[in-house]
Design a protein around this ligand. Structure first.
Ligand SMILES: Nc1ncnc2c1ncn2[C@@H]1O[C@H](COP(=O)(O)OP(=O)(O)OP(=O)(O)O)[C@@H](O)[C@H]1O
Length: 736
């Protein structure tokens, strides 16, 4: 029931703003406000009927007590197959159990008839000689009992045969075989003879779950007396077997992922064949593991061509088809609102991977492209037909040209933010470009992607540039501009895709790496390089791209942006990129050009208007705050002695004043593979003394550990830099 407000003769004082202001009473007889109302019955709220049967079905499906094979058709089919296989194998298994039973019974009888226990007791008490006569008598007696029982059984069988016919013999034989089968059944921990050098281990866990449990125990993923719980029985999925199990309480699925190699060894498969994932969300928990074991190397098959090839066009806002995982599931890569770093040693497929990302954007005519190919090959040439700006070369002049582009993009981003602030909320609800805004020609805010292949070339360029009176190398300036763009650009619709052959921290500034959202690491030389691309400690979580095989071209570890839909569920995934040879790439670029011509969005280099932007360095320097930029760059410029250089490498952005405050010695020794005493000695030679510091532990407590304050490490770097400068000044002074 609700009371409706009066509408007709409402006094103004009730509804107008002024009425809320205090009013001085003119006289005592103030006319009271007359509120006119009407009682009406509240209309009944909508009743959403849920049929009972639906409720039952949903409870059935959600109940943890109902086994999976009664909920899922695939699991039911697998259960049926398993049952059939068990029935077919049962005669053999029965025979095996009977034979084992006969052996066990014979062993027992031998021990009994030779009075083994009595004899051993006498031996231990060193009274065998005294008891010898007794033991002999007992042995004789037991032999006689055996003979009597054998005669009695034979006689009983003969009588039964004469009275009831051979049926009786069959029944007796059946009964004895059942007893023997029970005696010889396989039990956990049952003793058996184990071969010293058994044959090769093979993958038989799909038949015998005990082998899976043993493998988890052997890999030390569960304790000796712990076991697994089956969530989804082993079933054929694609070209392999999938199974989902629950670990014992307190064991973590993350640890299984981390120790995938040990599990692969215990299961006798190559680690590329074993995929281990956590089951997340409603159907999963921190101890639920989904495993998939491929029948053979999943990357040995011919690569799959990109599905973009037959597409007429693509929407840049949709994640771009990037590749397939080992289970042949599609892996898409969101690009808008994020940025991508691709790293690997040469000839592993970096350019191919970066081109895949580009292909999706090329097929959207509302996307603007900047392509800088510092590889100076012909891999990117076809993109010149669609790119707003294009260059190919590895000289200093190209690095300078890139600086011009980046400064232009910084002004563009600032301009976009300014204009977005002025836009109506219905068009621009947050300070972020939306799909509609990016396609509106009047707003001129298209998704703008900049692809830089072999980005280490401009980042290592030592030619001097002067920005607002400050002297920098071109490489440092490029690093700072890229860092700013990677930080601020994505929300304004700028996508950065950087590919590098040298993913070390001296080349890619840690500040830049820290703000690149998505990472793709193809094969690298060691785990440090892998961590530099994928992020700190990723090797300890089971993601190390140095373990990939050289023959697996295009296979890498993709760590999607944690903020994106793809990155919300998985930390990282191993993927083999789609194969897009040059002719497919050229076709896509030509199609992209035709689309842009039709939409009237062909601009810049592709449209023959290749104007070099006039860089507004003053605005860019103001934006990136050139002052603090150089202090960070200093760490890279100066040649640091070991172990300081490795510490700087390892800590990366954590060493910034707004990064970590303290780093434990144990963490450094593990990361740098150094003895604690060696590290302490070398660091103290550089004037860096360890200290004790309280750090939070996993259970919420704090613990005092030894380590270094990052401020101390920064001070040591500055001392080295100061020494270097003074020694070079001295050297100059000494010159005649
Ligand atoms: N997904 C893939 N499937 C199969 N082969 C691939 C795949 N991606 C790349 N390749 C092969 O790997 C080779 C090297 O690729 P690419 O040129 O991209 O390497 P790169 O890492 O950029 O090398 P560089 O560092 O020398 O520039 C290509 O010639 C291609 O044949």
């Amino acid at each position: 029931m609700s009371v409706h407000e009066p509408t007709g003769n409402t006094p103004d004082s009730v509804n107008t703003k002024d009425a809320t202001l205090p009013v001085h009473a003119q006289s005592r007889e103030v006319e009271p406000a007359v509120l006119d109302g009407e009682l009406v019955a509240e209309p009944p709220g909508p009743v959403y009927e849920r049929p009972k049967i639906n409720r039952l079905v949903s409870r059935w499906l959600r109940s943890p007590r109902v086994p999976r094979y009664l909920k899922d058709r695939r699991q039911a089919a697998q259960a049926g197959k398993d049952l059939l296989a068990a029935i077919l194998r049962s005669p053999l298994r029965y025979m095996g159990a009977v034979v084992r039973g006969i052996v066990a019974a014979a062993r027992w009888w031998r021990q009994w008839v030779t009075v083994r226990d009595y004899r051993e007791a006498a031996e231990q008490a060193e009274k065998l000689a005294d008891k010898f006569a007794e033991i002999r008598a007992l042995t004789l007696f037991r032999w006689k009992v055996t003979g009597a029982v054998a005669v009695a059984v034979a006689a009983a069988l003969l009588v039964a045969d004469l009275v009831h016919g051979p049926r009786a013999l069959w029944i007796a034989g059946g009964g004895v075989s059942v007893a023997l089968a029970i005696l010889g059944r396989r039990r956990e921990g049952s003793p058996g003879r184990k071969a010293v050098l058994a044959g090769p281990r093979t993958l038989t866990w799909t038949m015998d779950p005990q082998i899976l449990v043993d493998a988890f125990r052997d890999a030390k993923l569960i304790g000796k007396d712990e076991t697994l719980r089956l969530v989804e029985r082993a079933a054929r999925v694609g070209d392999g077997w999938a199974i989902t199990v629950d670990l014992p309480a307190t064991r973590k699925a993350a640890d299984v992922i981390k120790n995938r190699d040990a599990l692969a060894s215990a299961l006798a498969v190559d680690e590329v064949q074993l995929i281990v994932e956590r089951v997340r969300g409603n159907g999963g928990h921190a101890g639920r593991v989904a495993m998939w074991v491929a029948d053979q190397d999943p990357y040995a098959s011919p690569p799959v061509r990109t599905p973009l090839l037959p597409m007429e066009r693509w929407d840049a806002w949709r994640p771009v088809p990037f590749g397939r995982d080992a289970r042949n599931r599609r892996v898409d890569l969101p690009l808008v609102w994020t940025s991508l770093l691709v790293g690997a040693i040469p000839r592993q497929g970096k350019t191919f991977a970066a081109r895949l990302a580009a292909a999706g954007l090329i097929l959207d005519p509302h996307t603007r492209l900047y392509v800088a190919d510092f590889k100076a090959g012909k891999d990117w040439d076809a993109a010149a037909a669609v790119a707003h700006r294009f260059m190919s070369g590895d000289e200093s002049e190209h690095a300078r040209m890139l600086i011009g582009w980046l400064v232009e993009l910084i002004s563009e981003v600032q301009d976009r933010y300014r204009r977005m602030r002025a836009l109506d909320d219905s068009i621009c609800p947050e300070s972020k470009v939306t799909p509609a805004m990016s396609r509106d020609p009047s707003l001129n805010m298209p998704i703008t992607a900049i692809f830089i292949d072999e980005v280490q070339v401009p980042l290592e360029d030592r030619s001097p540039v002067t920005v607002e009176g400050k002297k920098l190398t071109a490489g440092e300036y490029v690093g700072e501009l890229l860092t700013w763009l990677a930080k601020k650009g994505p929300a304004a619709g700028i996508v950065l895709v950087l590919a590098t052959q040298r993913p070390d921290s001296k080349t890619i500034p840690s500040g830049l790496r820290a703000v690149l959202g998505s990472r793709f690491a193809l094969r690298v030389m060691d785990w440090r390089d892998s961590n530099i691309i994928l992020g700190e400690q990723m090797n300890t979580r089971g993601y190390d791209s140095s373990r990939l095989l050289a023959s697996h071209k295009g296979v890498g570890i993709l760590r999607p942006d944690g903020d994106s839909e793809a990155g919300a569920d998985v930390l990282a995934v191993m993927v083999r990129t789609y194969y897009m040879p040059n002719e497919d790439w050229q076709t896509i670029c030509q199609r992209g050009r035709a689309l842009r011509e039709a939409e009237g969005t062909l601009t810049g280099h592709a449209a023959g208007q290749d104007t070099t932007p006039v860089p507004d360095h003053a605005a860019a320097a103001k934006a990136i705050g050139a002052g603090n930029a150089s202090s960070r760059a200093d760490w890279r410029v100066h040649e640091l002695p070991e172990p300081l250089a490795s510490v700087v490498d390892y800590l990366g952005a954590d060493l910034e004043p707004d990064g970590r405050e303290f780093v434990p010695t144990a963490e450094l020794t593990e990361a740098l593979d150094l003895e604690a005493t060696t590290l302490a000695q070398q660091m103290s030679e550089l004037g860096c003394q360890p200290t004790r510091y309280r750090i939070p532990t996993e259970d919420g407590e704090t613990r005092r550990v030894r380590g270094y304050l990052t401020a101390e490490i920064r001070a040591a770097i500055e001392r080295v830099a100061a020494d270097e400068i003074s020694s070079s000044d001295d050297a100059r002074g000494d010159r005649p």
